[in-house]
Design a protein around this ligand. Structure first.
Ligand SMILES: *Cc1c(COP(=O)(O)O)cnc(C)c1O
Length: 391
């Protein structure tokens, strides 16, 4: 292991401070490391493995599709991609899909859509409003929308025309929105920024302002979408319809795929405007279809809603006794525990006791488990957290 870590640091770019763990296999909500130690996985590869690990339907879909065809490019029709787009459209308010390979790419596509829409439908409006503390990805466009200086500062100058306003402050947004603004980008529940849910009446008011000023409202549901809030889309939880939405993390259950969905009224791309060599290929589309079948047709989302309510109840109980927890935030299975200190050392203690959890900002412990968790997994998680907090 130490050898592997050392070899890694010789040849891998220094982009991550990794934990001294190499995960080698997983089954359901448990994963094992190279020594055979088992962990209960409440991070799910950062809100990705919604079906847990080694789910039979997903494994089957990927292996069968891999044997048929892995890639062919978007120069040809891809049956699985069309079926996937149909399924997304049938279960949402959106009409059209564009597929790519990650969350940041989905947001790049959304920004280009917004710019083109501004050009052809709003007299060349090009500015974008985004929120402070937001996270939209690492490529330069999406990074320009990411309202956290620590991610941006080494890479300026970024995209011009982006303005940031605080979450849940409708007056600030009202002051910034203008005829030059083509779109407002919002994560309905901020993820990397610390698990901060938008307030429902805030999003309702944002929708109203966007309607009044003929501005696109685009939700980044890369993390909070696809069942995490207890609804297929986070905006369904809120009852507020955006014009377009971006998806990724959970969509392929671990196989990389991202998507931009939009209403017909906003679907202004024409051939040549945008593209992706890999996006929506047969393998990725087959994986996403398997995930959506579990989420929607097999009602995994409904089950996750029940266990999510139970998890919140147990966490609130824990917060009553563990003074280290200042606040339990989040919706259903997207949860942040605001601590009174750095989360890092506590995460390592959780590892030692067999629990994987994450961080969202320095003092927030992030729980984004697979949607297949059950009550006894919640009990195990709570017992380990209680143990760690007691120390
Ligand atoms: C993770 C994340 C992204 C970036 O996704 P990548 O697949 O890492 O590019 C964008 N937006 C939100 C809200 C995210 O949580």
């Amino acid at each position: 292991m130490n050898k592997l870590m050392e070899r890694g640091s010789n040849v891998l770019m220094n982009t991550y401070t990794r934990f001294p763990i190499a995960l080698t296999e997983g089954k359901g909500v448990f994963v094992k490391d190279q020594h055979g130690n088992e962990y209960l996985d409440f991070l799910a590869g950062i809100a990705v493995n919604v079906l847990g690990h080694g789910h039979p339907s997903l494994t089957k879909a990927i292996s069968e599709q891999a044997a048929e065809m892995i890639h062919c490019s978007n120069l040809y029709h891809i049956q699985q991609q069309t079926v996937l787009a149909e399924k997304l459209a049938a279960n949402s308010v959106f009409d059209k899909a564009f597929f790519c390979n990650s969350g940041t790419e989905a947001n790049e596509a959304a920004m280009k859509l917004a710019r083109k829409w501004g050009r052809v439908r709003k007299n060349g409006a090009y500015k974008i409003i985004s929120l402070s503390q937001s996270f939209h990805g690492r490529t330069l466009g999406a990074l320009s929308l990411t309202g956290q200086p620590k991610y941006q500062e080494n890479f300026t100058p970024l995209l011009p025309g982006v303005e940031f306003v605080p979450l849940n402050d409708i007056d600030a947004l009202a002051q910034s929105i203008s005829e030059e603004v083509c779109a407002v980008f919002i994560e309905p529940v901020q993820g990397e920024g610390g698990i901060f849910p938008a307030r429902r009446n805030y999003l309702t008011e944002v929708r109203r302002l966007c309607d009044e000023t003929n501005t696109l409202l685009i939700f980044d549901e890369v993390q909070c979408g696809l069942g995490r809030t207890g609804e297929l889309f986070a905006h369904q939880y809120y009852g507020v319809e955006p014009d377009a939405v971006t998806l990724a993390k959970a969509l392929g259950g671990g196989f990389p795929i991202g998507a931009l969905l939009s209403k017909d009224s906003a679907s202004v791309f024409q051939p040549g405007d945008h593209g992706s060599t890999f996006g929506g290929g047969p393998l990725a589309s087959a994986a996403a279809l398997a995930v959506l079948t579990e989420l929607i047709d097999h009602n995994l989302i409904g089950k996750a809603r029940e266990v999510g309510a139970y998890l919140h109840k147990q966490l609130n109980g824990l917060a009553d006794t563990a003074k280290i927890i200042q606040e339990v935030r989040g919706i259903n299975l997207m949860i942040g525990l605001q601590l009174d200190r750095e989360a890092g050392p506590l995460i390592e203690r959780c590892h030692q006791k067999g629990l994987l959890v994450g961080k969202a900002g320095a003092e927030v412990l992030r729980l984004v488990p697979p949607l297949i968790i059950e009550k006894d997994h919640v009990d195990t998680c709570i017992a380990i957290l209680a143990d760690v907090f007691k120390e």
